[in-house]
Design a protein around this ligand. Structure first.
Ligand SMILES: [Zn+2]
Length: 397
């Protein structure tokens, strides 16, 4: 952060139109909360975000954003056009999907300001913030120096494997070459920023065999036992502390009945690291261990069901410097974190990106006890508004 960064942010924050946008954010917490509750009430399990997507398309239309539409992957997109048509694009996004399967009761329970509901924080808080920023910018009649692309995107969680972001940054996407920086709202927090992308690789391992009757066919190879033994061996693969690398066996399934030799057994593994080389090394070790522990009379099948590359937003990057200047202006401590978010994808492509808290506080993420308290949320929204507009200014220079 330099004196020039600080001066630019001070000038931006004293702009009359920005004040108007700040005032909108400050006065419209009830509206922002309503959007959040409406989003929570529309289930959005992985790969089934379409109902919540339809709601966001409607909101983007009502806010008067330009070119609201749903792309072929299911992302809801709309623009706030910049000063001229060929300007670069800054992406502001929040993911639509939750980790909760279809049928989960997501009805919010309210206790004073706190909202209890699966997905209340991750990422209904982010989605509400996305609409709030669009509304504030429209209300203040701000024409940014570059185009802001609003995205309520699909596929951030688990097996979604960033499919929404992948689509947006795919060569065939009309936006991919124009996006110069990306900011993703993720969960709660006023000082948080995820500026380092944790890499992850997910594997599905299936062992199959002839199966049979537990008495009549006794002695045939048993895929559940073979897989269990292999997983135990995998759990002994040494993992470095630095760069921190973790391995989890998350689910295991298989078998037909207590009196059948199972025809198959499957386990899902989640490998994480800040280092791409460690992801490669441990994945290879897992595959070797599987091959050496599973008997030849059983069939082994291992596939990747997820792959997120690690990445880092350099401290010296303009996006990072802008954020620190904004935080200095707002007297916030920049709480830099590592995480696996939608920002992984642009970061892995070398495009400046970060994930930012949508304000308030929250907890119990990815559990049925998830909660969100919006108290003080507008400070985080002002923070992101300043960062977004400053990033726009710099992208056109
Ligand atoms: Zn999330």
């Amino acid at each position: 952060m330099t004196a020039a960064d600080n001066a630019r942010i001070s000038a931006l924050a004293s702009n009359r139109l920005i004040h108007k946008a700040f005032a909108w954010l400050h006065l419209h917490e009830p509206q922002i909360r309503r959007w959040q509750l409406e989003a929570i009430n529309i289930p959005a399990p992985p790969f089934k975000e379409h109902l919540r997507a339809a709601y966001f398309l409607q909101q983007f239309q009502q806010l008067g954003l330009t070119n609201p539409h749903i792309d072929p992957e299911g992302n809801v997109l709309a623009e706030l056009p910049g000063a001229d048509t060929n300007t670069p694009i800054i992406l502001l996004s929040a993911h639509l999907d939750t980790v909760f399967p279809a049928g989960t009761d997501c009805t919010p329970r309210l206790e004073e300001s706190v909202i209890y509901a699966p997905g209340a924080c991750d990422n209904a808080a982010g989605l509400a913030a996305l609409l709030a920023l669009a509304a504030a910018l429209k209300h203040a009649n701000i024409t940014p120096t570059c185009t802001i692309l609003f995205a309520a995107n699909v596929g951030e969680e688990g097996e979604g494997d960033l499919r929404g972001m992948r689509h947006l940054f795919n060569q065939k996407s009309p936006y991919s070459t124009r996006i110069k920086a990306a900011i993703a709202f993720e969960g709660s927090g006023t000082e948080t920023v995820v500026d380092r992308a944790l890499g992850s690789r997910r594997l599905r391992v299936t062992v199959t065999g002839p199966g049979g009757h537990s008495w009549a066919d006794a002695g045939r190879p048993n895929p559940i036992l073979a897989l269990s033994a292999a997983l135990l061996a995998i759990s002994r693969i040494p993992l470095p502390r630095n760069p921190r690398t973790t391995l989890n066996v998350g689910t295991i399934s298989g078998g037909t009945s207590v009196n059948s030799i199972p025809p198959s057994a499957t386990a899902d593994l989640d490998l994480r690291s800040t280092s791409a080389a460690q992801l490669d090394r441990v994945e290879l070790a897992i595959l070797k261990t599987l091959q050496s522990t599973i008997d030849n009379d059983l069939h082994l099948h291992a596939t990747r069901i997820g792959d997120r590359l690690p990445g880092i937003l350099p401290e010296a990057s303009q996006l990072h410097r802008s954020l620190r200047a904004v935080d200095r202006h707002l007297r916030l401590a920049t709480d830099s974190r590592i995480g696996s978010t939608d920002a992984n994808l642009p970061l892995s492509l070398g495009i400046p990106a970060l994930a930012i808290g949508a304000g308030g506080t929250g907890g119990g993420m990815h559990t049925l006890g998830e909660w969100y308290d919006p108290t003080g949320r507008d400070l985080a929204l002002r923070r992101t508004l300043l960062l977004l507009l400053d990033t726009c200014t710099l992208a056109t220079e």
